[in-house]
Design a protein around this ligand. Structure first.
Ligand code: UTP
Length: 293
């Protein structure tokens, strides 16, 4: 079986209820973190990790994502006339360096169901899943590090962060043991446990390396927490059949599907920008001096 991971799946069919009303008429994945849509950060992570075949699992109202990762002939013509074609150069680079595919999830029945829609695209190969809600700021891309680990030890991989015990019920939580620095062999996973039933405070975030056998597991997975088909429940079915590893990444995590996470990401990424950081930092300092923060 082919063991190199060449394909990435981006589920973008969720409703984005937590970011309403902004997401009433626009996909949450298109909301900008500074001046780039959230989805671009994860697409760039996949490309920087060497993956060129990208599948978006879209749904109703997500057309803007398709238009974004395409040429905009008239706009590009106008920009060229004004000597500003560089403004779209980055996206042109993405469009030219990747092959982008789309499939629709007919209704938002959960992340597991969204991943299931990728079955024909994936075929019999292991593949990556990246959630555009989960943006990771790190020196080396999280996915790249997971692929490196996978090359040494094939298996199922999830990315992990430590969360406060009081917040475990918002996450998929794992139990396992650390077998190498930052690498865990996972023994169990539970979606959104109550704090008293949580086996740890290690939470799964939106980077996965999955085997094709996940599709049979998903086909047998009934709706779980929240009435949705949960990817975590399907991964759980692979325990004992495949080794399941967790990679506790080094970097900063932003859950941009929530208002607070979205705001934090904007601040953190703006502070990293050479063209903005100086004035933005001065603005924040002024807020501190005036006792506003
Ligand atoms: P979330 O549960 O965080 O996304 O799913 P959501 O449902 O859009 O958000 P809220 O809770 O309503 O605010 C995580 C990822 O899975 C995708 C989402 O687009 C997001 O990237 N997803 C979720 C789907 O593609 N389909 C679904 O049915 C559910």
């Amino acid at each position: 079986m082919e063991q190199r991971i060449r394909k990435a799946v981006f589920p973008v069919a969720g409703l984005g209820v937590r970011l309403l009303p902004a997401t009433k008429t626009q996909p949450k994945e298109m909301l900008p973190i500074v001046d780039r849509p959230a989805v671009q950060y994860v697409v760039e992570e996949a490309i920087a990790s060497g993956i060129r075949n990208l599948l978006f699992v879209t749904g109703r109202g997500k057309r803007a994502i398709e238009d974004y990762f395409d040429f905009a002939v008239e706009l590009e013509y106008e920009l060229k006339n004004r000597g500003k074609e560089h403004l779209l150069g980055e996206i042109r680079g993405i469009v030219n360096s990747a092959q982008i595919f789309y499939v629709r999830q007919k209704s938002p029945r959960g992340l597991g169901d969204a991943v299931f829609q990728a079955r024909a695209f994936v075929g019999e190969e292991p593949f990556a899943v990246l959630l555009p809600d989960d943006i990771i700021m790190s020196d080396s891309p999280c996915l790249f590090e997971m692929l490196r680990l996978f090359a040494e030890r094939p298996g199922v991989y999830v990315a992990l962060i430590e969360v406060p015990h009081s917040e475990v019920s918002q996450w998929g939580i794992v139990s396992g043991r650390e077998i190498a620095p930052s690498l865990y062999l996972i023994e169990d996973l539970v979606e959104k446990p109550e704090p008293y039933e949580a086996p740890s405070n290690l939470a799964v975030v939106g980077r996965y390396l999955l085997p094709p056998s996940i599709f049979d597991a998903l086909a047998e997975t009934s709706p779980g927490k929240g009435g949705e088909i949960q990817l975590t429940d399907a991964i759980r079915k692979l325990i004992g059949k495949e080794p399941i590893y967790g990679y506790r990444f080094v970097g900063e995590y932003f859950g941009v599907g929530s208002k607070l996470g979205y705001l934090k990401a904007n601040v953190a990424f703006a502070l990293k920008r050479e063209d903005l950081a100086f004035e933005f930092r001065a603005f924040l300092r002024d807020l501190v001096e005036r006792g506003i923060i």
